[in-house]
Ligand binder design. Structure first.
Ligand SMILES: [Fe+2]
Ligand SMILES: [Fe+2]
Length: 249
């Protein structure tokens, strides 16, 4: 069985509050959970920075330091050029931040659904073709977990449902081609949620920085009493089971 921890929507902005929430989650993963002894990978699904500033990514690099193999991709609050410069030392690079982690029996893909200057998202044909190549190069039958920032479908929070993926049909086509995909996981909505997309589980990670209200939970956008959260994805025998945790900060 594989364990993939997913965190999302860290929104580093230079404040102590944001740093404390991320630190609590990372302490939980590295300490109580045993870090790489028990967790095979850490997947960070975007909105790492609040304004896409280099100094926010420098905060993130320091705070996310861990021995757990880590993949990161971007959200609508991120900036590809700043991220690539700080994290990968690539100057003037605005290419999508896609990455893959191959384990013996599991392939994890982190795909960039951000669109510069917009809050909705899009998994471009080039990104999906890159993902196709990664799957083709994996051993036959390898389970695949696909992560990105924007949910592929509305999930019942109007503020977010207006800002999902622009062309989910392209993603559905990609999923249909690959029966080894155990599910897709996203962020952006700042709420732990589970649904189905293209016949597979589609899991939305809780937000680390904050949680958003459902329409019946109150009139404020942000639910201020919720803890930062993490999703633990267990992948075994081609099936995905997800557990959620709220971490005191
Ligand atoms: Fe966010
Ligand atoms: Fe977002």
């Amino acid at each position: 069985m594989f364990v993939v921890a997913q965190i999302s929507d860290l929104h580093f902005d230079g404040t102590t509050d944001r740093r404390k929430r991320v630190a609590a989650v990372m302490d939980y993963l590295n300490g109580r959970c045993g870090g790489p002894r028990n967790i095979d990978a850490l997947l960070v699904t975007g909105d790492i920075a609040d304004e896409g500033l280099p100094e926010e990514y420098r905060e993130a690099v320091e705070a996310l330091s861990t021995d757990i193999p880590t993949l990161m991709t971007l959200g609508n609050h991120d900036d590809r050029t700043a991220f690539n410069s700080v994290v990968y030392d690539m100057e003037s690079c605005s290419e999508p931040v896609n990455s893959a982690l191959r384990l013996d029996g599991l392939l994890i893909l982190a795909l960039d659904s951000s669109i510069s200057g917009r809050s909705d998202g899009y998994l471009a044909r080039g990104t999906l073709d890159w993902a196709r190549t990664q799957i083709a190069e994996a051993d036959p039958g390898t389970a695949v977990l696909v992560g990105f920032h924007h949910p592929a479908l509305p999930i019942g929070i109007p503020f977010i449902d207006d800002r999902c993926q622009l062309d989910p049909a392209l993603l559905a086509e990609f999923i249909d081609e690959h029966p080894t995909i155990v599910g897709t996981v996203s962020g952006h909505a700042h709420t732990p949620a589970a649904t189905m997309f293209a016949g597979r589980p589609h899991i939305v990670a809780p937000g680390v920085a904050s949680t958003l209200n459902l329409p019946f939970e109150g009139t404020d956008v942000v639910n201020t009493v919720q803890r930062p959260g993490v999703a633990f994805h267990l992948i075994d025998d081609g099936a995905l089971t997800t557990h959620f945790r709220g971490i005191p900060s």
